[in-house]
Design a protein. Structure first.
Length: 278
C-alpha cells in the first residue's frame, strides 16, 4: 500500500496574525486546484523574526506569506529578490527552493492592479491618482501602479517628508508629486487609494471635500466588516464607488499561490464567499 503523501506546509507570519484570512483563502485555493497542502498562522514578534522564520524553513515549510510588521525584515532575510520586491524593498511572499534558496517576492501591487482592473473593471491609463500614506503598504504597490501610465500620481502623507522620499525613489517610473494632507486641493481625482493605517484606528485624516467628485473611486487597502472610516467618508461625499481591499487580499494570495505551486487559482469563488460575509 502506498503511504498517503504528507501535505506540503505553508503559512503566514505576522504580529498579530490571528485576524488573518489567508488560511481560509489558501485553503479554498488548495481544494479548487487539488493541491495537497496545509496553511497555518505563525505569530512571530519582530525580535525573533529571522531566527523563527529560518527555523520554519529548516522544519519543512515550503513558503510563507509575510504581513505586518515584517515585510521589510523579510526583504533583508531572503537570498534573492524578484525585481518587483527589490523595487519595493518589501517582501510579502517567500518561496523555499530545493537548493535552499529563499526567494522573496511582493505580490501586493499585482494584487491591487488585478482587483482594480479585473474585478472593478477600472481603466487606469491617463487617470489622476491620489495615494494616501507613504509607508510600507505604498512601497509594495507603487511600482505596479506606475506601470499603468496614470496621467498624474500624488502621494499625500501626514508628514510630506516621507512622501517626498518615496517620490524620489520612484520618480523614474512616472509623473509623481508629494504633499502633506494639508496641501491637498481639488479638482477631484479619478481614483483615491487609502494606504494609511488610520482606518484601523477608526479615524480619518482631515481631507478637503473637493478632491472627491461624482466620478471618483475611493479604494481602501484595509478591509473588515462593514464600512471603514475611509469608505464611509467616500460615500458621504457621493463618490462613484467606495470599496475595501478584500479583492486585493485575494488576488495577491493567488499570485503567491502561483509562485509556490505553479497554478493560478480562480479567485471568483473566494471573492463571492467573502462578499457574503462582508
Amino acid at each position: 500500500m502506498n503511504q498517503p503523501q504528507e501535505p506540503d506546509q505553508y503559512g503566514v507570519v505576522g504580529h498579530p496574525v490571528t485576524h488573518s484570512w489567508s488560511p481560509f483563502i489558501h485553503g479554498m485555493f488548495a481544494m479548487a486546484t487539488a493541491q495537497n497542502l496545509v496553511y497555518r498562522m505563525f505569530d512571530i514578534v519582530p525580535d525573533a523574526f529571522r531566527r523563527d522564520v529560518l527555523k520554519l524553513f529548516a522544519g519543512g515549510v515550503r513558503g510563507l506569506n509575510v504581513t505586518l510588521p515584517h515585510k521589510q525584515a523579510a526583504a533583508e532575510l531572503v537570498n534573492e529578490l524578484t525585481p518587483r520586491a527589490a523595487r519595493a524593498q518589501a517582501v510579502n511572499t517567500i518561496a523555499f527552493f530545493e537548493d535552499t534558496t529563499l526567494l522573496g517576492d511582493n505580490t501586493d501591487g499585482i494584487g491591487l492592479t488585478c482587483d482594480l482592473e479585473r474585478n472593478l473593471k477600472l481603466e487606469l491609463g491617463d487617470k489622476r491618482l491620489l495615494i494616501l500614506g507613504a509607508g510600507g503598504a505604498v512601497r509594495g504597490v507603487l511600482g505596479p501602479l506606475l506601470e499603468r501610465e496614470f496621467r498624474e500620481v500624488t502621494i499625500a502623507n501626514r508628514t510630506s517628508h516621507k512622501a517626498q522620499t518615496l517620490v524620489g525613489e520612484f520618480a523614474d517610473m512616472g509623473p509623481l508629486t508629494a504633499c502633506g494632507f494639508s496641501g491637498l486641493r481639488g479638482p477631484a481625482y479619478d481614483l483615491i487609494i487609502n494606504a494609511t493605517s488610520a482606518g484601523l484606528q477608526g479615524e480619518m485624516p482631515a481631507l478637503p471635500a473637493d478632491i472627491v467628485g461624482p466620478a471618483t473611486v475611493c479604494y481602501d487597502m484595509s478591509y473588515g466588516r462593514g464600512d471603514t472610516p475611509f469608505t464611509r467618508w467616500g460615500k458621504s461625499l457621493h463618490a462613484a464607488r467606495a470599496v475595501k481591499g478584500w479583492g486585493m487580499l485575494v488576488e495577491q494570495a493567488a499570485e503567491s499561490f502561483m509562485l509556490w505551486r505553479g497554478i493560478r487559482p480562480n479567485t471568483q469563488p473566494v471573492l463571492e464567499v467573502l462578499a457574503e460575509h462582508h
